[in-house]
Ligand binder design. Structure first.
Ligand code: HEC
Ligand code: HEC
Length: 366
């Protein structure tokens, strides 16, 4: 048997075996060639907030990825505006916990934070620099950067685009939000979630959200528990949603050659999702409950109905960190609210102590 066939063989597992829920680690994985150090983080933070990295000095990374309680690493806009108020076509995803993702951007086209960071600098609608060399030149023009590069990269202290990307990526690896109520629950504090949230969590599993939003970062496109991170969305297009929210105008990672009616998209993390509306790649949906309904219907073929249905009991085993029993009914408004309530438990704290984000953000706005 060839390995390709072997990997497709169905995994047999006992029918009682359920999804194992995991807490977010307290630190993000680091690539061997870019270990996180305090000096790199300090340099990366300065670069992340530096508007001089845009052609007209008006936009920094932090303009579209605001590290505030109201924006949570995104920007509250349907689609972001870059230099000269130009609008792109996609919503700004949060940078929080991006460090746990192995596929970045809505269509998954970047494979690391280092690679991702170069995109916006020379995107004509975002920071609009004519070339990466021009970015290096801008940074070199500020003498205070020379010291920071020496401290961050003692072996090769030159101001290069590689080092710029590495420093920004190192900073982003500190922008993580462990210890949300969900994490405390999984780690043993059963009072961390309300009964409604526990119900929503069980539904999130039984309805099948975990097929794509799996692992500690709630995304198959994560570095932990690697799985298929690119999926059709909307998987079912015979619903009213795709016209209402223009869900198939942009086809994401789907290529011209593919005879698909839907786009292909990277499965996003759902951490802090209740803070980062509007939703989806085009920011067309304002409301989290509506986003959950769309997912249940288009990705999982579920129907929505308020008819009372009989339910099994829900049982959580703290020892096994699994549900040992779940219900499987059609989804009512109450079910949708419960799932959304569970998603709220994925909100962590901004890593303020470490980065003093509010202060820096205020400085940026001046
Ligand atoms: C003009 C607004 C804007 C600016 C400036 C900007 N970004 Fe973004 N960022 C976006 C948008 C929009 C996307 C999604 C684009 C896409 O998927 O095609 C994105 C995607 C990302 C992602 C991927 C997140 C994920 O979950 O896949 C990261 C990380 C990121 N940006 C970091 C940065 C960094 C670092 C900078 C500065 C060098 C920066 N951004 C500058 C708007 C912006
Ligand atoms: C078959 C895979 C799949 C399943 C199952 C699935 N999702 Fe998703 N989900 C995705 C993809 C892909 C996207 C990104 C869509 C896009 O690019 O606009 C997404 C986006 C989302 C978003 C919007 C995130 C944001 O930041 O804009 C939410 C909320 C969400 N899913 C929740 C759920 C819930 C709740 C369930 C279960 C009812 C679920 N998903 C089931 C693949 C899936």
């Amino acid at each position: 048997m060839t390995p390709a066939v072997a990997t497709r063989a169905p995994v047999s597992r006992p029918s009682t075996q359920r999804y194992r829920w995991q807490a977010l680690p307290n630190s993000a994985p680091e690539p061997p060639d870019n270990r996180t150090t305090t000096a790199k983080v300090k340099l990366g933070r300065k670069l992340f907030f530096d508007k001089r990295l845009s052609i007209d000095g008006s936009i920094a990374c932090a303009s579209c990825h605001q590290l505030t309680d109201s924006a949570y690493g995104a920007d509250n806009q349907r689609v972001s505006s870059g230099i000269a108020n130009q609008r792109g076509s996609r919503n700004s995803p949060t940078v929080l916990n991006a460090a746990f993702q192995r596929q970045l951007f809505w269509d998954g086209r970047a494979g690391s934070l280092e690679q991702q960071a170069l995109g916006p600098l020379i995107n004509p609608l975002e920071m609009g620099m004519p070339s990466l060399n021009a970015v290096v030149e801008r940074v070199s023009n500020d003498p205070s950067y020379a010291t920071l590069f020496r401290q961050a990269f003692p072996q090769q202290p030159q101001i290069s685009i590689d080092n710029i990307a590495k420093a920004i990526a190192s900073y982003e690896r500190t922008l993580i939000t462990p210890n949300a109520a969900y994490d405390r629950f999984v780690d043993g504090d059963e009072s961390a979630l309300s009964p409604q949230q526990i119900r929503g969590m069980a539904l999130f599993e039984s309805v099948g959200c975990v097929l794509c939003h799996s692992g500690p970062n709630f995304s198959n496109a994560s570095l932990i528990d690697v799985s298929n991170g690119l999926r059709l969305f909307p998987a079912a297009i015979d619903t009213s949603y795709q016209a209402q929210y223009r869900l198939i105008e942009d086809r994401g990672a789907a290529t011209q050659a593919e005879p698909l009616s839907s786009g292909v998209w990277r499965v996003p993390s759902l951490r802090n999702v209740s803070k980062t509306a509007p939703y989806f790649h085009n920011g067309s949906v304002d409301n989290l409950e509506e986003a959950v309904r769309i997912m249940a219907v288009t990705q999982l073929g579920r129907t929505l109905s308020n008819d009372p249905a009989s339910r099994n009991s829900i049982r959580w085993s703290q020892d096994q960190q699994r549900f040992t029993s779940l219900d499987n009914a059609a989804l009512s408004d109450a079910d949708i609210r419960d799932i959304a309530a569970f998603l709220q438990s994925l909100t962590g704290q901004l890593p303020k102590g470490q980065i003093n984000a509010e202060t820096v953000q205020q400085k940026l706005e001046k």
